[in-house]
Ligand binder design. Sequence first.
Ligand SMILES: Cc1cc2nc3c(=O)[nH]c(=O)nc-3n(C[C@H](O)[C@H](O)[C@H](O)COP(=O)(O)O)c2cc1C
Length: 269
Amino acid sequence: MSLYRAIRWRRSIRDYPNKELTEVQLDDLENDLAETRKFNTEVSVDARLVRDGRALQEDISGIIADYGKVEAPHYLVLTSEDTEDGYIEVGYRYEFVVLDLAAQGIGTCWIGKGFQDEQLNEYIELPSGQTCVTLIALGPLSDEEELYEIENPKRKAPGHFLIGRSPNSLAKETVEIIDCFRRAPSALNAQPWRVIGEEGTIHLYLRERNKITKIVLRNLNQLNRVDAGIGLCHLEVGGKYFQDGVEVGETNHPEKKGLSYIGSLIGRD
Ligand SMILES: Cc1cc2nc3c(=O)[nH]c(=O)nc-3n(C[C@H](O)[C@H](O)[C@H](O)COP(=O)(O)O)c2cc1C
């Protein structure tokens, strides 16, 4: 299955059967981690696979996050330098892994971090200068949880994300590309992305929280940057499916109050 199709089939899986992935599947995953696509090569980002996730699960009660209890056989611990660019990069790089796992019929769920870095000491060695940003739970699917194509995802309508234009004024394939990123997973399903489409290029922004909310909800602010990177990954996968020769990168873009610029899907012309 292609990554584009995986976008339409993926959903968060929170119930896992009492089974594990095979050693070969876990070895393949570990190899893939070293070769993920990169948006920003300047930031330090890493991922560690915890093969015995059940032990980690029992040890760290906070992993059972505030919402949606998840108990999985394996976890990816995603780390980065403690910067906004680092969190965005975590979302971007490892959503490719999530889509690739979905394409193989393997379940995943991004998990907000509800514990201290020190609690991971027994399981992984954190790369120096990095902090754990978030986790991905993963494992085989039970018969009841098989993936299927989702016709109507629980998401806001495409027009909600578009600044300054209605979807009717856009080319059909641009609307399809917007559909690809709105299907991306986001913390609390907040869908904090906004886009501006101009001359073959789609600029992606993150809706900013005000300063006080940012301080009080520091953890959520961090997770929203991860959401932004995840959205960028979906924008790229959708863009490359519908248009030849597009790339994601940073380019001239309109400044908008209350929105922070993340990156663009840059067309040929
Ligand atoms: C950064 C991030 C953190 C998340 N944290 C959790 C979590 O702690 N617990 C949980 O059950 N789901 C978590 N999710 C999954 C979202 O709730 C889920 O993606 C969203 O509700 C959309 O549903 P879907 O993934 O099935 O499309 C998280 C997703 C993201 C992207």
